[in-house]
Each structure stands twice: as C-alpha cells, then as structure tokens.
Design a protein around this ligand. Sequence first.
Ligand code: MG
Length: 257
Amino acid sequence: MKVKKMLVTCATLLSAGLICTTIGCAEKGRCRWIVHDMSRPRPPVVTPGEQPGQPPSGAIVLFDGKDASQWVSNKDGGPVRWKVENGYMEVVKETGDIRTKQSFGDCRLHIEWATPARVNGSGQDTGNSGVFLMSNYEVQILDSYSSKTYADGQAAALYGRRPPSVNACRPPGQWQSFDIIFHRPIFKGGKVRRRATFTVLHNGVLVHDHYELPGGTGWRGPHAISEYEEHPDKLPILLQDHDSAVRFRNIWLVELP
Ligand code: MG
C-alpha cells in the first residue's frame, strides 16, 4: 500500500471515530505516524554517565558521596544524623530513617549500598536497611550472602510480598546496586485503581520483572499483611535505620513521565 493511500485510510477511520489498525501505522491502535515517518519527533538526547551506574544527564542526584543536603531525618525533618565520610553515608543506629526533601512518583532509581563487612548477627539482624519508594514500598536491604532469613524478607525482596527471583547478593562489605523502575499506584475514591509495579535489578541481575505489588510491604506479622492505603501522588524516598551500619553511595533518580 502506498504511503498516501495508508494516510487517507487512517484519516478516514479516525474521522469516523474508529480505531485505526491499518498496516503501516507505526503503533497498533494509533495512527499519528506511519512506519518510518520522518516527521515523528525523535527522542531527546541524553548523555549517559561515563561509567556504568553513573547518572545520565538530567538525572536528579540525591547523593554524590559528599553532600547529604537532599535528605532530612524522618524523625523530625532536621538534618541527617547519619555519618557522611569517605564517599558514602552510613546509618547511625537509632538516629532514625532518612527521607528525600523532594517527593517522587513514577521513577527510575539507582542506589548503591554495602552491609557491614563484619557480620554481627543473623536473619533480619545483619545488614538490615531498605529503600522505600514513596516512603511506603520497601525493597529490602540485608546481608543475604552470609545469612538466611525468610525468602520474602531477604535482600532485594519486596518486603513481605515477593522474594527476588534469584539471590544476586555480594559478600558483606562489598558495594552492591539496585536499579529500580517503579510505577506508583493510582487511587480513586479511596481505593487502588492501578497497583504499583516494580522492576528491580540487583547488581545488574533482574530480580523483579514488572511485578504488580498486591498491597503494602509493611511488617504486620505473618498473617496480617497490609493493604493499599490511599496516599498522595508523590512522596519522598526513604532509607531505613534498622540498627545496622549500612552504607550508601551514588544515589540518583530519573522521574518517569
Ligand atoms: Mg529493611
């Protein structure tokens, strides 16, 4: 079919209020552009980081190893009381969780972390922390290299909901990474209309593939898992103080449209 004829066919169908499925349309069900249409807007140019894991241009750098000013204490909204030194920040026991000053919804987050090199505990008491998207939905941080715990609470688990598909943990003391693509839940009339989804790579290994989170991730005991509770469209990202000196570095985020 010639290009002109395809366009005429598409235009006719659209004007009739019908969905265009004509072969030659660039996207099924839509007819704004034909295949290989030179008038289709090209994606914006983004300069990638120089090394894998480095923020691309346009990313929001939340922690560069020195400056924790993008974060506040979740206890009182005051300055972070975690240690910031040698290119990382480290949880100081009992100073509380920290959260970003900015709020976010859909996003792609990169974060690097290390559990203490000296193992001092077991189960949930060794290298426990967590990354909470929208302050609510936890991707677990734990030393799951040298210690065993329940599967839905090990490192990279969506806490209490879903174990990672594989255990990609590095030994304690070594730097590890999460790359998280998160789509927020959508609420209407107090009820969840679209559940949150998570895609997570742990040390570059896919451990959750567009997983639809059935509800909250809070610890409520084995038989009383939390359900979704309506919240704003954007909320801070939160890092957990779980009494373990977990370190963080190179944290950045790209908001998704
Ligand atoms: Mg945790």
